[in-house]
Design a protein around this ligand. Sequence first.
Ligand code: CTP
Ligand code: CA
Length: 229
Amino acid sequence: LARGGAEPDLVGRHVVVSAGGTREPLDPVRFLGNRSSGKQGYALARTAAARGARVTLVAANAALPDPAGVDVVRVGTALQLREAVLGAAADADAVVMAAAVADFRPAVYADGKIKKKDGQDPEPVALVRNPDVLAEVSAERAVEGQIVVGFAAETDDVLANGRAKLLRKGCDLLVVNEVGADKTFGSEENEAVILASDGTETPVPYGPKEVLADVIWDQVAPRLAPRRD
Ligand code: CTP
Ligand code: CA
């Protein structure tokens, strides 16, 4: 297997990467969020730029510095992330959804801070579904031959869940990793299996997120449509 590494195999390509985790506000001071650090998505953006791509990084609440030479679009919520990703995907050769997108958001946003009421338990928080951005990008394919990559963090039946998710989402590649208390979130390292819609499986041993990022681009690059220039 040829390793792309610093090969300029993404020259002339526009790639979109989403990173971080969305935050769904309850009121001006509170949100529902998740533990995604954004490190894997940022590593994907840096490695794609190093391989010659024009990169749009849609960053949700990541406390990380902007990578050099990358267009960074900062977003907060899943709905904002959807707008930014769909907009950038319009002329993209590949879209990689590394962000942890909240499945649900509070049904109502309180304009003022929610206050306690004397001696009373709180009302339950009603939630509604967020749109599935990965499924939408996969179904839409704004550019012919656009390659779409999803991520899946699973705790049980990792591969079976991953294969089912790949089919359900309609993407070309799904990067599956097992998560647990001390795995993946916030860590510098990652371990994964890359499942492809053509049936191939590429295990990636535990190692730096930069290495996994390069292996993902190694899988994306040969699947890209011939360049249009
Ligand atoms: N994703 C998305 N939009 C959502 C939820 C998820 O685009 N509303 C994307 C993520 O960026 C990721 C992939 O879908 O690339 C898989 O996310 P995951 O949470 O594992 O999938 P879900 O379909 O939400 O399944 P689950 O019920 O296991 O959370
Ligand atoms: Ca989810």
